[in-house]
Ligand binder design. Structure first.
Ligand code: GLA
Length: 378
């Protein structure tokens, strides 16, 4: 059962052949308490870039890319074993749903019916609730393609799961291309009117996971505005210009250069934990952000069809035991979460997150990995 979706064309699939053989492998990651076996899939491209993904929570466990000297390093935070993901409260690498980010008081009304969701973040609902998409086992299919390798994950979220209405069928397709792109395509359909907002929650550190904080990373965001928040990180509803604020990343700026300013929004977020209103026309795939880490030369771009992007600078990280014996500290990773705006179900002026029967939710988000300053090969 391979489902074609937006962003993946038939000719690409038709090219499945020998050349990409051996670029996909699967091994057991562990067993859950109920005996369910969970796997980990390794996707490799022809440049040696390697991505590991588990079907527990759809989490990206590692991404290995070269620096400007060709030295490989793992650039995302994560755990070395399944138990780490089961216990995780940081959403390392996770596939987030049904609703990424916060919903005020965990409440919303659709067609006159009020729905109450879990309040798992103070009084608010965060990232799909107590057992969100990051805590369920996804059905997986792997495939070698002409231009890369692909892992497709499917999950049916039952009516009333975590309080949300309607059976929701979700497919997340991860593709690692030979152009060093990690392309994530999501689709969802529902049997009853509901709300959907999916995202990917990798914490990046382009110097290498566990190599200190991310404050020297140069970040550029294609956004003229952001959604300021109240004390509980729910948007006030205002769209504020970034001009003249520490939220102006229209030119490449070090993440840390203004992060500790006595700015009310930075104080509320304990750093950056805000949704940027991306400059775009509609649902087109466009450049949202680019990042450069000077010591390694690694750079990354994030492209998305989504209207918003949450910049989160790991402000809640506190001595987390990660992969390879590494400890992840405060601001040791940053997330670029493509999304619709937080609390949209209660903010009629924000782009809608309502999905009706017969409609299809689609999102394409691409993380592109590159280096700057590499010496040309003789
Ligand atoms: C999101 C939220 C943050 C935090 C992290 C996970 O990015 O916006 O406030 O909850 O997830 O720790």
């Amino acid at each position: 059962m391979l489902i074609l979706c937006a962003g993946l064309s038939a000719p690409l699939l038709a090219g499945t052949n020998q050349r990409s053989k051996g670029r996909l492998s699967k091994r057991e990651f562990g067993k859950l308490a109920d005996g369910t076996t969970v796997d980990i899939y390794t996707l490799r491209n022809r440049n040696g870039v390697q991505v590991e993904i588990t079907n527990y929570g759809g989490a990206v466990v590692s991404i290995k890319t070269p620096d400007r000297r060709g030295q490989m390093a793992d650039i995302v935070l994560g755990y070395s074993d399944l138990s780490g993901y089961v216990a995780d409260t940081s959403y390392f690498g996770a596939l987030i749903g049904r609703y990424a980010n916060r919903i005020a008081q965990g409440k919303f009304t659709l067609n006159g019916v009020e729905y109450q969701l879990a309040q798992n973040n103070g009084v608010n609902h965060l990232h799909g609730g107590v057992r969100g998409f990051n805590k369920v086992v996804w059905y997986a299919i792997e495939l070698n393609l002409r231009d890369g390798v692909l892992l497709q994950l499917a999950y049916v979220s039952k009516d009333k799961e975590e309080g949300y209405p309607g059976n929701l069928s979700v497919i997340a397709t991860y593709m690692l291309t030979d152009a060093n792109d990690l392309r994530i395509v999501y689709t969802a359909t529902t049997e009853k009117e509901t709300v959907v907002n999916l995202t990917h929650h990798s914490y990046f550190n382009l110097a290498g996971a566990g190599a200190g904080d991310v404050l020297n990373h140069q970040l550029k965001i294609n956004a003229n505005g952001f959604t300021p928040v109240d004390e509980t990180l729910i948007p006030t509803g205002e769209l504020k210009t970034v001009k003249g604020t520490p939220f102006d990343f229209s030119r490449a700026t070090a993440i840390g250069s203004r992060i500790n300013k006595a700015d009310e929004q930075l104080i509320r977020g304990k750093g950056y934990d805000h949704n940027f209103v991306l400059n775009k026309k509609g649902h087109e795939l466009s450049l949202a952000a680019s990042v450069y880490e000077p010591s390694s030369g690694r750079a990354m771009e994030m492209w998305t069809t989504e209207p918003g992007m949450q910049l989160y600078t790991g402000n809640f990280l506190d001595k987390v035991h990660g992969k390879a014996g590494k400890i992840y500290n405060y601001r040791g990773g940053f997330c670029l979460e493509a999304q619709h705006f937080p609390d949209s179900p209660n903010k009629p002026s924000f782009p809608s997150t309502v999905l009706k029967p017969g409609q299809r939710y689609t999102q394409t988000t691409v993380y592109k990995f590159m280096v700057r300053g590499a010496k040309a090969k003789p």
